[in-house]
Design a protein around this ligand. Structure first.
Ligand code: HEC
Length: 104
């Protein structure tokens, strides 16, 4: 279930890191926005899986994930560089928080 998520997440990181060195590059904003949108979608789909459905803390983590990915998406849409890195770190903290709590 995590495969798709990993791809989208890696692409967001790539897009954001690449933008930071090529500041004229608008394509990276598009990319970051699209992949972040994917994460929002996946975050909406995963809680419907039977193994997650009844797990309150997992659902809370997915809500967090959707929120932070949505922040990245909005910042990318308005091509606002500021705050994007911070949102990415919050997203990453959510991935790691859930892995620490739910996965062993
Ligand atoms: C709600 C909890 C939760 C969140 C949030 C979460 N994960 Fe996971 N992740 C898991 C669990 C549980 C597993 C192990 C079971 C599995 O693979 O289905 C896992 C496994 C993985 C793996 C190992 C590969 C695999 O398929 O087993 C990767 C990579 C991964 N997650 C990436 C991410 C990324 C990137 C994010 C954030 C964008 C994230 N995860 C957010 C619960 C979560």
């Amino acid at each position: 279930m995590m495969g798709k998520l990993e791809v989208a997440y890696t692409e967001v990181i790539k897009a954001i890191m690449i933008s930071s060195v090529q500041d004229e590059d608008d394509i990276s904003f598009d990319q970051a926005g699209q992949w972040a949108e994917d994460i929002v979608k996946i975050a909406g789909e995963l809680p419907k899986l039977s193994e997650v459905e009844k797990d309150e803390s997992a659902r809370a983590f997915f809500l967090q994930m959707a929120k932070h990915a949505g922040e990245i998406q909005n910042l990318a849409k308005s091509e606002r560089w500021e705050g994007m890195m911070a949102a990415l770190f919050r997203l990453q903290a959510t991935c790691m928080g859930c892995h620490e709590k739910i996965r062993n």
